[in-house]
Design a binder for this molecule. Structure first.
Ligand code: MRU
Length: 340
């Protein structure tokens, strides 16, 4: 099942509920979708790309318009609002801008509605296809019997379907390879333990959960053959992914374990460098509470960045839908992804 789709509005799997409950919610207004993005009901860079795309289609459908000019002004406002929900994953902006651009070429209200929805559906379908491609290329890097460490959730839930990092694992398993996954819990919001473990177990893929603080010992013990993670934004000198990814890359390097990043072309923001990227900082309550339990003195100072940059020098290769890209990245990324 797709993590996000259109059916009388934007429907999405509420990822805050998994694994306790499986619930699909419907957003009938852009404001509701914005709220779903902020509270991480929909999350993961490619799923956010689809959310941004469907968000513009939703803006075109959610109310009546007196004329095309009023509608276009509304769509632009909706685009700004959606873009303000989360700052780090570049895919969100890619999805919004792609559908907005097409929608603004429409000449009637009906025309704009059709154009926006068609483009959003196209983008969602393309996400699945590119993940499949990435999976095929990435699976060649995995050998029968490999144990793969992953961080956060870069699976079906983080995309429209199949996944990026977990898509590589799925494709290798589909080819008949025996692959085991070690999933880091990924504090503070536990996308690893809640989402990665849940979706791999649904597919019958062998997964073992560890806490983030166990990354060192499992590498020391030689339990990991490869690391594969996803990405929220890839710039000229770094890969931005869930907070803690950098630490995993350092430990992997120390132990000579290959560290791969699987991400589509849309995640590359090759015109920028790491110090230009805004890292989302989230609320203090994420560290202080676990449900109703208090984990720290409620008035303690808290620092809660949601992402960190992993220098590209720590990345063995980038797995994309156009192939596996090896260093030197400054030459090979623009050549293979056809950037100027
Ligand atoms: O805060 P989140 O859960 O949206 O962060 C998600 C990640 O960091 C993922 O690893 C990344 O988006 C890649 S998803 C294919």
């Amino acid at each position: 099942m797709r993590s996000i789709f259109w059916e009388d509005g934007v429907r999405l799997i509420d990822q805050t509920k998994i694994p306790e409950k499986f619930e699909v919610i419907t957003c009938k207004k852009v404001e509701e979708l914005g709220d779903a993005i902020k509270r991480l009901a929909v999350r993961g860079a490619p799923a956010l790309e689809a959310a941004g795309a469907y968000g513009i289609a939703l803006a075109a459908h959610e109310r009546d318009f007196k004329d095309v000019e009023e509608m276009k002004r509304w769509l632009k406002r909706a685009a700004e609002f959606l873009a303000s929900t989360r700052p780090t994953a570049v895919n969100l902006f890619v999805g919004i801008e792609r559908v907005l651009k097409v929608a603004l070429t429409g000449e009637s209200v009906d025309d704009i509605r059709k154009l926006a929805l068609r483009e959003a559906e196209k983008l969602a379908e393309e996400d699945i296809q590119r993940n499949r491609k990435m999976g095929e290329y990435g699976a060649e890097l995995l050998e029968d019997g490999d144990t793969v460490m992953t961080y956060c959730n870069a699976g079906r839930l983080a995309t429209v379907d199949w996944g990026t990092a977990l898509g590589v694992v799925r494709s290798a398993v589909e080819q008949g390879k025996n692959i085991r996954v070690i999933a880091c819990e990924t504090r503070p919001l536990n996308q690893g333990s809640r989402l990665t473990c849940w979706e791999l177990m649904q597919d019958g893929i062998d997964v073992t959960l560890i806490t983030d603080s166990m990354v060192g010992i499992v590498m020391q013990k030689g339990m990991i053959d490869k690391v594969i993670v996803g990405a929220d934004r890839i710039v000229r000198d770094a890969v931005f992914n869930k907070i803690g990814t950098y630490t995993v890359s350092v430990v992997a390097k120390e132990h000579g374990v290959p560290f791969y990043v699987a991400a589509p072309k849309a995640t590359f923001d090759w015109g920028r460098k790491a110090d230009e990227v805004v890292i989302e900082e989230r609320g203090r309550e994420e560290l202080i509470y676990c449900g109703n339990r208090i984990l720290a003195p409620p008035d303690v100072n808290v620092y809660n960045p949601a992402f960190d940059p992993t220098p590209l020098k720590n990345v063995t290769a980038l797995i994309t839908e156009f192939g596996v890209i090896y260093p030197p990245y400054n030459e090979n990324v623009p050549r293979i992804l056809k950037f100027d």
